[in-house]
Design a protein around this ligand. Structure first.
Ligand SMILES: Nc1ncnc2c1ncn2[C@@H]1O[C@H](COP(=O)(O)OP(=O)(O)OP(=O)(O)O)[C@@H](O)[C@H]1O
Ligand SMILES: [Mg+2]
Length: 508
């Protein structure tokens, strides 16, 4: 495993003349007190897939934003084909052949698929482009990413798993020579993710370079020719495909091996903590019935859009069941009432941290303790800060100023705030929707350990995840959904990856 020392910048500079497409040399960027990038150098050759790994907050998205013109670096140089360049907006980066798919969604649901792909903000207001022209021009891009929908269809009518494909098509509209992809598969899974991998490999064979950011180590192993690792805004190393393994990458990222998770045994008490009796969940075919014992974790397995989230939201009181009964420790929960559900000890970590999760413009401190607020009514600022500090420490979130807005945290660190908040409310029932989305391997281990402690303390967990490895590791029982219908329930032992994949895609 080659270590990159001081000579990395020199090496990057000396290869300038060779076949390199892009060279970033000693790029730095600071946000207030946080040095997000320090002297980061990177080179990308044509047709190369370069992985970019690192813990939450290590600077990956910041580097991607610098390279796509979304933010300006404080210092450093970027050159393309040996020519020094500067760009101060994404349009200029696109001119030079650099496009990006960002970590957060950038499409407009009410516009058509074609409009989303082809129109920039400026062109959206010009009436020169007719709908039929738009549809015609979008078609080859849809073909390229393998989307068979009508280009005139409203974007919102697509399956959620297809959204990312539209974003990729959008970024290909200007024929980039380098495409930066920031955690594009965290929002999808299964065959949709496979589709993304196929597109990437096709782009590579067309000579397009890819910079691929992910926390899923298996994706790095599958795709990347080499992987560079950031830690605290510095480039700490590079791993070639030949040297890459889950262990080498995670060790370089977090400085230690990920510990294996051991599911705790369920205490035999004979009582149920959570019961769903023939619950009619809006938008789900048939009724949903299952029980969760104290100390048991039930996993909901299905493709994005299969109905997992709807079931969790109904238990959480965000949706109103149209029939049936939900009980916590034997007491019926009033349907469709978030407040009652909370009061009865149901805590929910939603999938979408922007819409339902965090108060983005409020301090980190306050966001951490919202769960507790609800149960205790009054929590002092000192207590809030202590709580935030506890979780920030557990989850290894460095450089925390608790009065900063939550929106300034990196994606994965925002996720940790949501998890910390749910855990701190001392729940009886914990509902987790894609809990470790975008969370780095080190912190994921911490989240798993905390889940284990909670289970040993007798709470019931229902979780949904697109990450099959995670779902199988955590769940005692797995309920499989296909096309908005429950199609089966398996014990952890029965739930092999093949069997789940088969059932999820409609096999019996
Ligand atoms: N607009 C901003 N204002 C203040 N700080 C910021 C801003 N954007 C990023 N940061 C900080 O810069 C650091 C790097 O963030 P970045 O988003 O690049 O991390 P990341 O490696 O992409 O993490 P993740 O894996 O969680 O997505 C973090 O400490 C983050 O809080
Ligand atoms: Mg990021």
């Amino acid at each position: 495993m080659p270590e990159l020392g001081m000579d990395f910048a020199d090496r990057a500079a000396s290869t300038l003349h060779s076949q390199t497409f892009l060279v970033a040399n000693a790029v730095s960027k600071r946000f207030g007190a946080v040095q997000a990038l320090s002297d980061v150098s990177l080179e990308v050759r044509p047709g190369e897939i370069v992985g970019l790994a690192g813990e939450n907050g290590s600077g990956k998205s910041t580097l991607a934003k610098v390279l796509t013109g979304l933010i300006r670096p404080d210092s450093g140089e970027i050159s393309i084909d040996g020519q020094s360049v500067t760009f101060s907006n994404p349009g200029q980066a696109l001119e030079l052949g650099i496009a990006g798919v960002t970590q957060e969604v950038s499409v407009v649901p009410l516009l058509s698929v074609a409009e989303n792909i082809l129109l920039t903000r400026k062109r959206r207001f010009s009436s020169m482009y007719t709908q039929s022209q738009l549809a015609r021009d979008a078609q080859p891009l849809l073909d390229r990413v393998g989307l068979t929908c009508n280009p005139r269809a409203q974007f919102a009518s697509l399956r959620p798993g297809e959204y990312v494909l539209v974003e990729i098509a959008k970024s290909l509209a200007r024929n980039p020579r380098l495409l930066l992809m920031d955690e594009v598969t965290t929002r999808i899974g299964g065959r949709d993710a496979d589709r993304v991998f196929e597109i990437i490999l096709q782009l590579q064979s067309d000579g397009v370079s890819i910079v691929y950011i992910t926390h899923r180590l298996e994706e790095i192993l599958r795709l990347c020719d080499r992987t560079v690792v950031l830690r605290d805004g510095r480039l700490v190393g590079e791993i070639s495909r030949a040297d890459a393994s889950g262990e080498t990458i995670s060790r370089m990222m977090v400085g230690r091996d990920a510990s294996p998770y051991q599911r705790p045994a369920i205490a035999e008490t004979g009582t149920q903590r959570l019961e769903l009796h023939k619950v009619l969940v809006p938008d789900i075919v048939g009724s949903v019935s299952f029980n969760v014992r104290p100390g048991e974790a039930v996993g909901l397995c299905g493709l994005v859009g299969s109905g997992r989230t709807e079931i969790l939201e109904t238990i959480a009181g965000l949706r109103k069941a149209e029939g049936g009964e939900i009980l916590v420790s034997g007491f019926a929960v009033k349907p469709g009432s978030l407040t009652t559900a909370r009061r009865m000890g149901i805590s929910f970590v939603p999938e979408d941290r922007h819409k339902q999760g965090l108060m983005m413009e409020s301090p980190i401190r306050l966001n951490f303790s919202l769960g507790r607020w609800r149960t205790l009514r009054f929590v002092s600022r000192v207590q809030e800060t202590a709580l935030a500090r506890l979780y920030a420490h557990k989850f290894n979130m460095r450089l925390i100023e608790f009065e900063r807005k939550v929106s300034t945290l990196s994606g994965g660190n925002q996720q940790k705030v949501m998890i910390g908040r749910a855990l701190s409310s001392s729940p009886k029932v914990l509902l987790l929707d894609e809990p470790t989305r975008g969370v780095d391997v080190g912190a994921r281990g911490e989240v798993f350990e905390m889940i284990k402690e909670l289970l040993e303390g007798g709470i019931a967990i229902v979780l949904a995840s697109s990450d099959m490895v995670e779902l199988r590791a955590l769940s005692h029982t797995i309920i499989v959904l296909h096309d908005r219908q429950v199609v089966g329930a398996l014990t952890a032992e029965e739930a092999t990856e093949e069997r789940l994949a088969f059932m999820m895609s409609g096999g019996i």
